[in-house]
Structure formats: structure tokens, C-alpha cells
Design a protein around this ligand. Structure first.
Ligand code: ATP
Ligand code: ATP
Ligand code: MG
Ligand code: MG
Lengths: 253, 253
């Protein structure tokens, strides 16, 4: 049963791109066929595979705007059982031009359901904010993962985001489920981080992953080497954490 | 001579809000009259002063959309010589509704130049992305400060942002200057962070502040106490760094 997960949080810099990359790699390591879709004009996910983001090529922009562009024409195989639909800067013009009409926010779902999607998992990376690109991800997905940096300023927006998820479920995507809140950049020695994590678990007890992603320098370094942390630093606590997260996802298959 | 500085970077979570808050406090500590304007619908800056962001009150949204709303009606004094124009969630609807026409992106400049602005410094916090709210900040400002997290994924977008600044200067705001790139969340023991910082200084030698903001837990904790780091942890290296940054700004008066 193919599953589509969107990784979203309007707060910036909380580990959305890092989670799509490394969870995707961990699911692929477990033998699943995995597609990653980059919907962020900054194309951090695309760059993390060493793909030149200044080259003009078919990608998520043409997938969202072209008529009947097939998945096969826009995806790039990046090794193992992992493929990626690259982003480009022209996605940014969609945020300004499209508005958030029903037609505008259902484009990705149309494109994904139009043709064959042979992947077991599709993970969608979204930009910060709650614009048309993030809306496309929420409408196209079966489940949402919300990375939450274990710091006060990052914690504040979770309630607003969950309200947006409820709104999308009520209007455009009745099957949309919350896969869970994922603590990221966690420093066990920090009292502040522990207070924030305790608060998230207290307020959302059923909706928080057991796995927490630790703060790890290797996660910031791996994109320079254009590999996931599983390859860059296989024994790093963050690599183990993304493997554990993949297990928490797989058990719901 | 009154100066207006916008703190912008489309990359999320790089320290924009933290810089507006703590640079603002450091300038006020030097006896300057300082106004902070929160243009981010997530209202992190507003929350950092302990202001309830769910209460309906005049703020930056009414300042940008109301006819002739004066500064005096929207600002809140938060102690010392510091005042803030609070943000609210309805700002988010501007991103979707307004588009980026000339009329839409000059609203803040109109509002600020309409009446008296008795402040020595006006600092503008912007959301991640390059939408209409960030555009309003770039058009209204005399100078831009670009916080750059010392990590690879955060470094990639600087060239795009500087192109946007050049474009705004050429079309809407001929006086817009780059005050500088500001390294943030810097960990001196990290080889990766040093490589990124060296790269930024090599590529933009004339445009990088000497001051670098260190990675400091106290910066993430201070907003919970609703004070700046100068009050929360006056001896912390990050407090010293924001004081040093204020000096680098003041010498150009
Ligand atoms: N657990 C972690 N420990 C240390 N650094 C991390 C961790 N997760 C992500 N990072 C680094 O923090 C920065 C922000 O992460 P990332 O870009 O994945 O966040 P994002 O939510 O996708 O940001 P944006 O909102 O801009 O899209 C990146 O430089 C990344 O390498
Ligand atoms: N130098 C620093 N050291 C440690 N933590 C920091 C530092 N600067 C900011 N932070 C923390 O990192 C997180 C991101 O910072 P901040 O919210 O200021 O970034 P931003 O660029 O304003 O994010 P957004 O793009 O969402 O508006 C916050 O939780 C903040 O408290
Ligand atoms: Mg990202
Ligand atoms: Mg901010």
C-alpha cells in the first residue's frame, strides 16, 4: 500500500529538509522504493544530492504547472531505491502568482494520481510558511510529519499548524492523518530542550514520535558530501535516530 | 539621522528574529530610541516580549492595511527606549491576497513616512521566504542585515537574496544598502562552521560583519523569560556579540 507523507512546519529551520532526506534514505535502506519531492524554491533537498539547482531541467515546477507531465519525466534516480523530483527557483513565482484557490492547491495531487506511482513511500519537502506550495503538499498527502525544534520559539507554531491540518482534512483531503510530531535538534544536556520536549509530549501525548532526533553536526555536514547521514556517519546517534524513525513509520504499514 | 534596517533571509531558522530582538536591545542600551516592527505572522518577536499574540489589537497588519493608521496607535512600549509594533496571524492572509504589485510592496514605506517617526533606529523582522511581507521590509528600509547560519544548507541562499536586494534597489528603493552578512549560531569547535564562515568571508569580504554570533543556549531561553539576552544573561558570549554588533552599526551613524 503506497503511502504519501508530507513533512511540514511553517516555522523555519526546524529540520524539514533534513528529515525528508534522512528518513527517505532510512526507508530505502529497509528495501522500500522511495520517492522524494522537493517543493521548496530554495531546493535544499535537491542540493543535498549534489544536483545543480541552477540548471534548467524538468522538476516539481513543471510537474505542478505542465499539462500531463509524467512522473517518469521529472524524477532523478539518486542511488539504491531512492529517487527525487528536483526543485528550482521558479517555484517561488508560484507562491506569488497562484493564490490558494482549490484549483491551485490540488495540482500536486492531480499530478501524482494521474499516472502510475510505483513507489512504496513518497515524501514531500515543503518550504517554511503556509503558502500554496505547502498547501499542495498537505492536499496530496495521506499523512503529515511535523518536525519541531526543541526550543521555545519553534514550539509556539505547532497549534496553528495542526489547525491548518484539520482545516485541510475538513475541506480538501478527508483522509489526511497526523503521523506525528518529531522532536529535532535535541540536546539532552539542555534543561530548556527537555522542558520543551516534555511540554510537547504533555500537550500531544498520542501524537508524538518516541524517536527524537539529536543535535548532530554530522547532519549539517552530510549535504556537503551529497549523501545522507546513513552513509556519511552510519554510527552517529542521528543516523540511528532516523533508522528508528523509519521503523516507527514502517510498523503502520 | 534616523535609520531603518530590515533583517532578512529567505532561509528559515537562521536567527532573524533573535537578531532583531537582541540588536534592538543592544542599541537601546546605548541610549538610542529603537522601534522594532514584527512583520512575521508567526509573531516570534512579539511573543519574545511576553505580548499575547492571540489577542486582537492594532499592530503591523492594521498599519499595513488601514488608512492613515498612525504609528502611535500601533506601537507598544516594552521598557527602556524600546518599542514594538506587534504582529498577528492575520498578516498571513496578506501573503496570499496581496500579490507583489508596486502598491502592495510599498505599504510599509508609505505608513512609516506618513507621520512622524521619532525613533533613531527602526528594525524590521521578516518571515522566511521572499513574499510580499519581506518585500515591504526591503522597500521601506535604508539598510539590510542578512543573518547567515554557519551551515551549508543555510549558506546556499545568500546569492539569491543579494540578487533580490539588487533588484529592489534598481526598481523601488535606490538607497537600499547592504549593512552586512552576519554569521549566526557559530560553534568555534566545528570544522564545518569554520569552513562555511571562511567561505562567506572569502566571497563577500567587504560585506561581512566582524562580529559573529556564537551558538548559545541562553538565546533560545531568553524569549521564555520575555527579556533580551542582555538582561537574561548579561555576561553570555552571545550578549557580548550583540553589543559588539551594535557598535559596528553605531559607528556608521
Ligand atoms: N538534528 C540536527 N542537528 C544539527 N543540525 C541540524 C539538525 N537537523 C537539521 N540541522 C541543520 O539545521 C539547519 C536547518 O535544517 P533544515 O534546513 O533541514 O530545516 P528546514 O526546516 O528544512 O528549514 P527551512 O524552513 O528553511 O526549509 C540545516 O543547516 C541543517 O543541516
Ligand atoms: N546564536 C544562537 N544560538 C543558539 N540558538 C539560537 C541562536 N540564534 C537563534 N537561536 C534559536 O534558534 C531558533 C531559530 O532562530 P530564530 O527564530 O531567531 O530564526 P528566524 O530566522 O527568525 O526563523 P524564521 O525563519 O522561522 O523566522 C530559535 O529557537 C532561537 O531561539
Ligand atoms: Mg527546508
Ligand atoms: Mg523569525
Amino acid at each position: 500500500m503506497a503511502r504519501t507523507l508530507v513533512i511540514a512546519n511553517q516555522k523555519g529551520g526546524v529540520g524539514k529538509t533534513t528529515t525528508v532526506l534522512n528518513l527517505g534514505a532510512a526507508l530505502a535502506e529497509q528495501g522500500r522504493n522511495v520517492l522524494l519531492i522537493d517543493l521548496d524554491p530554495q531546493a535544499g533537498l535537491t542540493a543535498s544530492f549534489g544536483i545543480d539547482t541552477h540548471v534548467n531541467r524538468p522538476g516539481s515546477y513543471s510537474f505542478l504547472t505542465g499539462d500531463g507531465v509524467s512522473l517518469g519525466r521529472v524524477l532523478i534516480h539518486v542511488g539504491g531505491t531512492l529517487a527525487v523530483v528536483p526543485a528550482s527557483l521558479d517555484l517561488a513565482s508560484m507562491e506569488a502568482r497562484l493564490g490558494t484557490s482549490r484549483e491551485a492547491v490540488t495540482r500536486l495531487r492531480q499530478a501524482l494520481t494521474r499516472g502510475l506511482n510505483p513507489f512504496d513511500y513518497t515524501l514531500i519537502d515543503t518550504p517554511p510558511g503556509l503558502g500554496v506550495l505547502t498547501a499542495n503538499g498537505l492536499v496530496a498527502a495521506d499523512e503529515v510529519i511535523v518536525p519541531v525544534q526543541c526550543q521555545y520559539l519553534a514550539m509556539r507554531g505547532v497549534r496553528t499548524l495542526l489547525e491548518t491540518v484539520r482545516h485541510v482534512r475538513a475541506t480538501l483531503n478527508p483522509g489526511l492523518k497526523l503521523a506525528g510530531l518529531l522532536g529535532t535538534m535535541y540536546r539532552p544536556e539542555s534543561l530548556h530542550a527537555n522542558e520543551v520536549l516534555d511540554e510537547i509530549r504533555a500537550v500531544f501525548p498520542q501524537d508524538t514520535f518516541r524517536t527524537v532526533i539529536p543535535d548532530s553536526e554530522a547532519l549539517a555536514e552530510a549535504p556537503v558530501a551529497a549523501v545522507s547521514i546513513l552513509e556519511y556517519a552510519p554510527g552517529d546517534p542521528a543516523a540511528q535516530a532516523y533508522r528508528a524513525l523509519a521503523q516507527e513509520i514502517i510498523i503502520h504499514e
